[in-house]
Design a binder for this molecule. Structure first.
Ligand code: NAD
Ligand code: UGA
Length: 471
């Protein structure tokens, strides 16, 4: 089979939060390579092609500039999946790998049906020698499954049609909200594979802008496993600091002072120790569940239990925040008007998957509260779909309601509470004195991200709760 000497055309299956920014940045650095993103979701492809760059399907700082520079030159978004696969020398599989909701392993294992269907499309439509890059986060040994599908789809016809494949792993470590920055200047790029030629061709692409020392080459299983472990370690830090935030509140210690004290130890470091309402996002939970499933599969029960605890603490933190809000109102929030600031799982993204805001707002509505929800980048329809509760659905006897507010300047008076759930910089600029003066007393601000400076809080005639700090 013809061995590739260079890559001229890339196809990426999956134009989501990873595929989109990753391919945009590759196209930016490789003007000699045509990069085409395909997706089964036609609306998403239309949005990627929209003239108005504020309508791209995902919001990421710096993304629209990279798209503007390259779209139509060597960056394309297309519905023609089969054609793009046929023409490509290298295919990235960047599809979603959520937790299975039914069948064997439901609730823990990754659902690989989209990875599998992508591999089947590649098996059917590719021509010549194709390098398949596993970009999605997957359980260890998924490359074997992909290789098997590619190889056995029709062995005889593969030989007749001169088809061959090489599967390598290159998991993505970008974080939402900083995706472009992370792709431009990653801590490392990881490539796992035994086929040196394919590994080197991918390495050659990344080395256009990333130095050799940062491009790590491992065997394929280490690469797949390292991605899960990196997320597990990051999530573990968040759960650790959130657990200590509760201890600080009980003892009078201050979480920021504790973080400074422990983080000054270079072995611990200060990063990823911000207390909050619990981690969200599409990956930490599903990747740890997947890790737990793998441990149980290999009969490592104690290890599975150890990592599962990271998730249990996260659930506990989200529930503890909604409960304490209710308790501060003497056990009832029925008919309380509460402004919720932020619905995205973190700032600088419009992503709401697994956002702690979902748990906290649902719990408050179940307890009868009326919520005014604001987010600078999340649309009301997305909130409605996450909550599965229609906007304005008011049933005063049993449940509360919610509605979206975009204008924070002209809010109605008589708010009973404000809850800050996402650390958007817009919220740091709020005139807290003015806003709090309009509230119905006794009023509360619950700051789960600790964004309001102490000097401002001290001037407010209001009850204030911050995570990890006793007032
Ligand atoms: P996403 O849901 O935003 O995008 C996946 C896309 O794949 C969807 O648009 C879907 O329509 C498309 N798709 C699925 N099956 C397809 C098929 N057979 N043909 C064509 N298109 C298909 O998901 P994402 O957030 O981009 O994550 C993708 C993978 O990357 C996951 O495995 C995730 O764990 C991993 N990851 C995500 C992030 C992140 O920040 N979101 C970071 C690192 C790694
Ligand atoms: C995370 C990892 O950081 C990426 O390296 C990884 O590629 C990605 O998951 C993935 O595999 O999907 P992401 O989920 O986009 O990225 O965002 P993070 O910045 O990691 O934040 C995750 C959650 O933890 C957010 O809800 C955030 O608010 C919370 N968090 C983070 C804290 O509460 N405290 C912190 O100190 C850091």
């Amino acid at each position: 089979m013809a061995i590739k000497l260079s890559i001229k055309k890339i196809c990426c299956i999956g134009a989501g939060y990873v595929g989109g920014p990753t391919m945009a940045v590759i196209s930016d650095h490789c003007p000699d390579i045509d990069v085409t993103l395909v997706d089964k979701d036609k609306k998403k492809i239309d949005a990627w092609n929209s003239k108005d760059l504020s309508k791209l399907p995902i919001f990421e700082p710096g993304l629209k500039e990279v798209v503007r520079r390259n779209r139509g030159k060597n960056l394309f978004f297309s519905y023609e999946i089969n054609k793009s696969i046929r023409e490509a020398d290298m295919i990235f599989i960047s599809v979603n790998t959520p937790t299975k909701i039914k069948g064997l392993g439901a609730g823990y294992a990754s659902d690989l049906k989209w990875v599998e269907s992508s591999a089947r499309l590649v098996a059917e439509h590719s021509e010549g020698h194709t390098i398949v890059v596993e970009k999605s986060t997957v359980p260890v040994r998924t490359a074997e499954l992909i290789q098997e599908i590619l190889g056995s789809s029709n062995k005889k016809s593969n030989i007749r049609m001169n088809k061959s494949f090489s599967v390598i792993s290159s998991p993505e470590f970008l974080a939402e909200g900083t995706a472009i920055k992370d792709l431009e200047n990653p801590d490392r790029v990881l490539i796992g594979g035994s086929d040196r030629v394919s590994v080197n061709l991918l390495k050659e692409i990344y080395s256009r802008w990333i130095c050799d020392e940062k491009i790590l080459v491992t065997n394929v299983w280490s690469s797949e496993l390292s991605k899960l472990i990196a997320n597990a370690f990051l999530a573990q830090r968040v759960s650790s600091i959130n657990s200590i935030s509760a201890l600080c509140e009980s003892t009078g210690a201050n979480i920021h002072e504790v973080v400074r004290a422990i983080g000054s130890d270079q072995r611990i470091g200060r990063k990823f120790l911000a207390p909050g309402p619990g981690f969200g996002g599409s990956c930490f939970k599903k990747d740890i569940l997947n890790l737990v499933y793998l441990c149980r599969f290999y009969k490592l029960e104690e290890i599975a239990n150890y990592w599962e605890q990271v998730l249990l603490i996260n659930e506990w933190q989200k529930n503890r925040i909604s409960s304490l809000i209710i308790q501060k109102f003497f056990g009832t929030v029925v008919n309380k008007k509460i402004l919720v600031l932020g619905f995205a799982f973190k700032s600088n993204t419009n992503d709401t998957r697994e956002s702690p805001a979902i748990t906290v707002t649902r719990e408050l509505m179940e307890n009868g509260a009326h919520l005014l929800i604001n987010d600078p980048k999340v649309e009301r329809e997305q909130i409605e779909s996450e909550l599965n509760i229609k906007e304005f659905a008011v049933d005063q006897l049993t449940t509360g309601s919610w509605n979206f507010v975009s204008d924070l300047e002209n809010l109605s008076t008589n708010l009973d509470a404000i809850i800050i759930l996402t650390e958007w910089s817009e919220y740091m600029d709020i005139n807290w004195k003015k806003l709090s003066s309009k509230m119905r007393k006794p009023a509360w601000i619950f700051d789960t991200r600790n964004i309001i400076p102490n000097e401002i809080i001290n001037e407010l005639d209001i009850n204030y709760w911050q995570v990890g700090i006793t007032k």
